[in-house]
Ligand binder design. Structure first.
Ligand SMILES: CC(C)(COP(=O)(O)OP(=O)(O)OC[C@H]1O[C@@H](n2cnc3c(N)ncnc32)[C@H](O)[C@@H]1OP(=O)(O)O)[C@@H](O)C(=O)NCCC(=O)NCCS
Length: 196
């Protein structure tokens, strides 16, 4: 997936700053993590969809919304060591498992055997090296541990490239949904989790 082209980004990637996927750790959000760093990461990750004229919440939400969303479910962060960062590591990806939304959600999400993830994004400079796979694997593992049979998500239907990404990961189209805060129809996708 050529995410730089999609986002219209021309920023060169400096090879020395690209971590190997083995250096990436996935962990739960901590109270000391900077919400603004997560908001910034999400804005960068969703810039491609914003450039398409879409208005994903994660691409334009402020820190107050990021804070509310991250604390409404289990927020996971992908981090890499970074001596130049005050925390000694920087956040390069995130996924939110089991978000409880204030808005009415799609019918599929209401099934007791279905869990969901959202707010999924990876730093555009580091996409395509497996960080998304680590985060998605974490959400799928947590869903199975919580007893779900299906893991679902909502994605911008017009983003055909993203649809192909999910289809290649075993997700299928279930239904469509219109969230009140977006300007596009969402596709509700779901994956059957492996049994015990
Ligand atoms: C969707 C997203 C989170 C995936 O993260 P990622 O770190 O790029 O994902 P991965 O590197 O694990 O997987 C990329 C897949 O794309 C393909 N790919 C191959 N080369 C690639 C490349 N150069 N760049 C990107 N993807 C590539 C592969 O099929 C790979 O799958 P694999 O797991 O079989 O290897 C990321 O692209 C993103 O942040 N997108 C913008 C925000 C967004 O749309 N989020 C989802 C909202 S529902």
């Amino acid at each position: 997936m050529d995410t730089h082209a999609r986002a219209g980004l021309v920023k060169p990637v400096v090879a020395a700053t690209i971590p190997k996927v083995g250096e990436v750790a996935v962990r739960r959000l901590r109270p000391t993590d900077l919400i603004s760093e997560i908001t910034g990461l999400l804005h960068r990750a969703y810039a491609g969809q914003m450039a398409m004229g879409l208005k994903p919440l994660a691409g334009r939400q402020d820190d107050t919304i990021t804070h509310r969303r991250c604390n409404s479910g289990e927020c996971y962060l992908a981090v890499v060591p970074d001596a130049g960062h005050p925390a000694g590591e920087r956040i390069v990806g995130t996924i939110l498992f089991h978000e409880v939304e204030p808005d009415e959600g799609p019918t599929w999400f209401k099934n007791a055997f279905v869990d969901s993830f959202s707010q999924f994004g990876v730093d555009p400079d580091l996409q395509g090296i497996g960080i998304g796979r680590l985060l998605l694997g974490t959400a799928e593992r947590r869903a199975a541990e919580c007893g779900a049979k299906e893991l679902a998500c909502s994605m911008a239907e017009p983003d055909a490239e993203l649809m192909r990404y999910y289809l290649s990961k075993g997700y299928r189209l279930i239904e469509h949904w219109q969230w009140p805060y977006t300007n596009y129809r969402s596709a509700i996708l779901s994956k059957t989790l492996p049994g015990p």
